[in-house]
Design a protein around this ligand. Structure first.
Ligand SMILES: [Zn+2]
Ligand SMILES: [Zn+2]
Ligand SMILES: [Zn+2]
Length: 286
């Protein structure tokens, strides 16, 4: 399994284009890994997690075409994770050649929200209609939490997030080739229900990717902070959910409390995890 980080920022990107805070100014000066787009990852070349607003820019900047993407797991409908205009722009009606049918997976609540946004802002037909599936070269699948499902070479389980309670926010464990990655954003501290479910589903993760919206000097609230990530990593190791040589990465990194990449990377190294950056590719699995 290959994982490419297309974006690793929270909702407002890093630097936030309108912001003159110290972190944003420093990120502009440093460039490189300190420049973060809104969060999304590509698994191999055919599975996207979140149809985010920056995936077009990411595809261009990091040299990873999305031409083979035929599956998308959607965590939730917040705008920093779901830009429905991509469904139009990748459709045959917009002149796109050769794109496979996109199988779009999301919770019922996320689909309802997405359909409202789609019909209000983008098109005169429902996203959940046969017309949409035909026009957009799309097949929609409703995901139920804690019921594993299969497609292509993947086995996927969705776990409840602690985020946007009415929107059916989900976190995904994706298994393929004998390896499992857990994509854990957006969420505040994981619900006990989710911890129990990890054990019920005999989860053993090779790679865990966690929400790291808030930095080392901030408390968490509706998202995880650095110290909550550390607690989660320790608990995962203690409970045997992470392989002994498993790796943990921070993503969804906000500008308010997180320093630029090299500084955050040092902090993370001292606390048993790593910091993802845009364009990072994970390919070696031990
Ligand atoms: Zn978000
Ligand atoms: Zn800022
Ligand atoms: Zn969110």
């Amino acid at each position: 399994m290959k994982i490419t980080f297309l974006g690793t920022a929270a909702a407002n990107a890093f630097p936030e284009a309108f912001c003159t805070c110290g972190n944003c100014e420093q990120a502009r000066q440093l460039g490189g890994r300190s420049l973060r787009k809104r969060s999304s990852v590509l698994v191999n070349d055919d599975l996207l997690i979140d149809l985010g607003p920056d995936i077009m820019a990411a595809s261009q900047l990091h040299g990873c075409p999305l031409v083979n993407v035929r599956y998308c797991l959607q965590t939730h409908p917040h705008a920093d994770h779901l830009d429905l205009s991509h469904l139009l722009s990748r459709s045959p009606g917009f002149g796109v050649v050769g794109a496979p049918t996109l199988n779009f997976y999301a919770s019922a609540e996320t689909l309802t929200r997405a359909a409202e946004t789609f019909q209000r802002d983008l098109a005169g037909y429902s996203l959940l209609s046969p017309e949409a599936e035909k026009e957009l070269n799309l097949t929609i699948h409703t995901v139920e939490p804690l019921k594993p499902f299969l497609f292509g070479p993947y086995s996927v389980t969705a776990f409840p997030a602690n985020h946007a309670p009415t929107m059916g926010a989900l976190l995904y464990a994706v298994q393929s080739d004998g390896h499992t990655v857990f994509y854990g954003t957006d969420t505040a501290t994981l619900p006990e229900e989710t911890w129990r479910a990890f054990h019920q589903h005999e989860s053993l993760f090779d790679v865990v990717i966690f929400d790291h919206t808030y930095g080392p000097d901030q408390p968490g609230s509706d998202h995880l902070s650095a110290h909550q990530v550390i607690d989660h990593v320790n608990r995962m190791r203690d409970e045997g959910l992470l392989r002994p040589n498993g790796r943990v990465f921070a993503t969804h990194i906000a500008h308010e409390g997180n320093p630029v990449h090299p500084v955050l990377e040092e902090f993370a190294k001292d606390h048993g995890y790593e910091v993802a950056y845009d364009g990072l590719v994970l390919e070696k699995w031990s």
